[in-house]
Design a protein around this ligand. Sequence first.
Ligand code: NAD
Length: 360
Amino acid sequence: MSKNIAVLAGDGIGPEIIEQAIRVIKFIDPTLILNEAPIGGAAFDLLGHPLPESTLELAKKSDAVLFGAVGDWKYDNLPRHLRPEQAILGLRKSLKLFANLRPAVLYPGLLNASTLKKEIVSGLNLLIVRELTGDVYFGMPRGVRKVIDGEFIDDLEGFDTMRYAESEVRRIAKIAFEISRSRNKKLCSIDKANVLETSQFWRNIIIDVSKNYPDVELSHMYIDNAAMQLVKNPLQFDVIVTGNLFGDILSDEASMLTGSIGMLPSASLNANKQGLYEPSHGSAPDIAGKNIANPLATILSAAMLLRYSLNREKDALKIENAVQQVLNDGLRTSDIYEEGYYKVGTKEMGDAILKKLSNK
Ligand code: NAD
């Protein structure tokens, strides 16, 4: 049966980069059904809400969602619940997307883009699996209250609650182990078990789940050391699994190893492997409509969609190889351009990928 993909282009550069990803998906499989719907500021302008009911319903009944980007400064004065960015939060919540996958891959052609020495980052290909819906970001209670004892009695204090339920850790662990199995069978779980109860609990559960995956080599690392190791020797990692807070920080750190925001795809999955796929960058209103945005992060997000939600590893690899070849040929959008290479626009980069896919 044909699979359904909801395509939500959004604002700023969203429509131009999504257009290129659509061309790639249609080339890979013209029978896939792509349904477009408005989201973000574009949806607010059209229907008065950044995540209209019709868009949400379409996303829910689709096998996967391909998302561009949302946001523009012109919506900055809207009340918070009507801001474009609320659309992503609403989608994550409604689709129960708890596993955020952020690969950091340094393509050989882009070695100079990384701020690290070539010998440290050459060959980098790691994946961070971040738990997305729990931890101190959502734990209750939280707020501001009066201190009732100790040195700061009667003062005001801000507080949050770090917490993870057992099944929350089990489900993210399962996704991380399964992905590790499909890669190099090496998983590193990152926590702060030497200080935090939540982290010790997290570690115990990860160890328990690992018994179902004896073929995957599991290691543990404290977050402070991991932050250091990621820049000292990033090649030691294959798949990393971690909680919401630590993952938020580490995935941004890892993304910078590759040097360019225009190259970074991401996926957020639920328990049924239904997923939302989007570039890691925003809507870049400063360059929107000029045909200069880099569409590769979105095209690589489409590859992840094929891999994780449609189970089409070969097609995902085809797209990733085409990206690598185009970079090897020296084509660069302006964000990754250096002297001596060929500067191309958004559409021309899409053309080049299609050409590679058709082996021309
Ligand atoms: P941004 O990622 O949009 O842009 C940061 C810088 O990177 C800009 O100079 C931009 O031109 C450049 N850039 C980003 N993507 C690029 C691409 N594909 N090719 C070439 N250059 C690219 O971040 P920002 O400027 O902080 O935010 C702009 C808007 O995007 C805001 O409204 C913000 O809320 C929103 N935003 C949305 C998402 C999302 O939709 N998931 C994520 C982050 C920010």
